[in-house]
Design a protein around this ligand. Structure first.
Ligand SMILES: NC(=O)c1ccc[n+]([C@@H]2O[C@H](COP(=O)([O-])OP(=O)(O)OC[C@H]3O[C@@H](n4cnc5c(N)ncnc54)[C@H](OP(=O)(O)O)[C@@H]3O)[C@@H](O)[C@H]2O)c1
Length: 317
């Protein structure tokens, strides 16, 4: 079957480590696994990290990339794949598809049957393919970790990214005042169109916020600390621009801030998110849909940083 996979690692030019070609059909590590025919998938920064060699070792190559997918199960049902798989050998006890088990950028992918969730009526295949990683992460950051029900205002850093655009759209749908930073004027215009207040990175906010959504890291973390109201939560799920920021601890204790790490979400949270999007007519921000036959272009687009929202791959084309 055709697949997009990491055939090497390249820390400087991850696109050079990507190969598109034939891979063997999926196998089932256990009896409760099934094979899903993939209809759509979406890219995450995770796929670029994998090509750089972050989270993978040489003996795992070649590794089919891709965490997100919507497809058809063996009974013909349309399903959304929950990408977190129990993995006893991993210190986290779990892994995300494409870390230990082959990912979704292929004609078919094998997953435990319990990882299949029904595609809700009202959500398109393209929309749902955006939700299992970036949107699930943003949902958990806002709700379970960030306690959005106790917050009136939210700051989202680096708002062009997949997690960040999700946090902006979901924060607004939850009724919060949302501020979002982006380095790019065109992206700030798009943020304003969504209904949030767009700011340049580092700009002073009109108010201190109750919740900060951090995926950028070193480049924005000091601004996140300075923008936080007393008792605010700064929820971190990524560090695209560096994972070792300087942290002003005086501000952390004086303002009684909570800095919380999170990764992905639970199957229950993904079920909640699918229902929330279907019920509240929240639709993922899609940068573009690329046919699988041009999957390299999708990777190049994400790597350029010039994206606003999710890059989706149509596996039927
Ligand atoms: N822990 C988890 O479960 C989990 C799940 C999903 C993602 N993540 C992580 O979260 C991060 C974002 O993922 P994503 O897929 O949303 O990535 P993405 O779509 O590639 O977004 C990256 C965004 O970061 C901002 N950025 C990058 N470099 C920056 C810099 N030097 N200064 C300021 N902003 C910068 C950019 O915002 P502007 O261009 O708008 O400024 C860009 O749009 C990644 O590190 C990813 O690994 C973690």
């Amino acid at each position: 079957m055709r697949a997009a996979y990491a055939s090497a690692f390249d820390a400087d030019n991850p696109l050079a480590a990507l190969t598109v070609g034939e891979r063997p059909e999926p196998t089932h590590p256990q009896d409760d696994w099934v094979t899903v025919q993939v209809r759509a998938s979406s890219l995450n920064h995770h796929d670029l990290w994998s090509l750089r060699g972050v989270g993978l070792s040489g003996d795992q190559l070649p590794m089919i990339l891709g965490c997100d997918a919507v497809g058809q199960d063996p009974e013909g049902n349309q399903v959304v794949i929950y990408p977190v798989v129990p993995t006893p050998g991993d210190p986290r006890g779990m892994s995300i598809l494409s870390e230990h088990f082959p990912g979704t950028f292929a004609e078919r992918v094998a997953v435990p049957r319990m990882n299949l969730l029904p595609l809700p009526a009202g959500l398109s295949v393209t929309d749902a393919a955006c939700l299992p990683t970036a949107w699930l992460t943003a949902w958990r950051m806002l709700t379970t970790k960030g306690r959005a029900d106790e917050a009136e205002s939210v700051l989202v850093q680096g708002a062009g990214g997949g997690v960040a655009t999700a946090a902006v759209a979901l924060g607004l749908a939850l009724g919060k005042r949302v501020y979002a930073t982006s380095r790019d004027a065109a992206k700030r215009d798009r943020i304003t169109e969504l209904g949030a207040t767009a700011l340049e990175p580092g700009a002073r906010l009109p108010e201190r916020v109750d919740l900060v959504i951090e995926t950028v890291g070193a480049a924005t973390f000091d601004h996140s600390l300075k923008s936080a109201a007393p008792g605010a939560r700064i929820v971190v799920s990524g560090a695209t621009a560096g994972h070792e920021p300087k942290v002003n601890l005086r501000r952390v204790f004086a303002m009684q801030l909570e800095i919380l790490g999170t990764s992905m979400g639970t199957p229950g949270e993904l079920t909640e998110l699918l229902a929330f999007c279907a019920e509240h007519e929240v639709r993922p921000v899609v940068d573009g849909v690329v046919p699988f036959s041009r999957v390299e272009e999708a990777f190049a687009r994400l790597h350029s940083g010039d994206v606003f929202g999710k890059v989706v791959i149509d596996h039927t084309a």
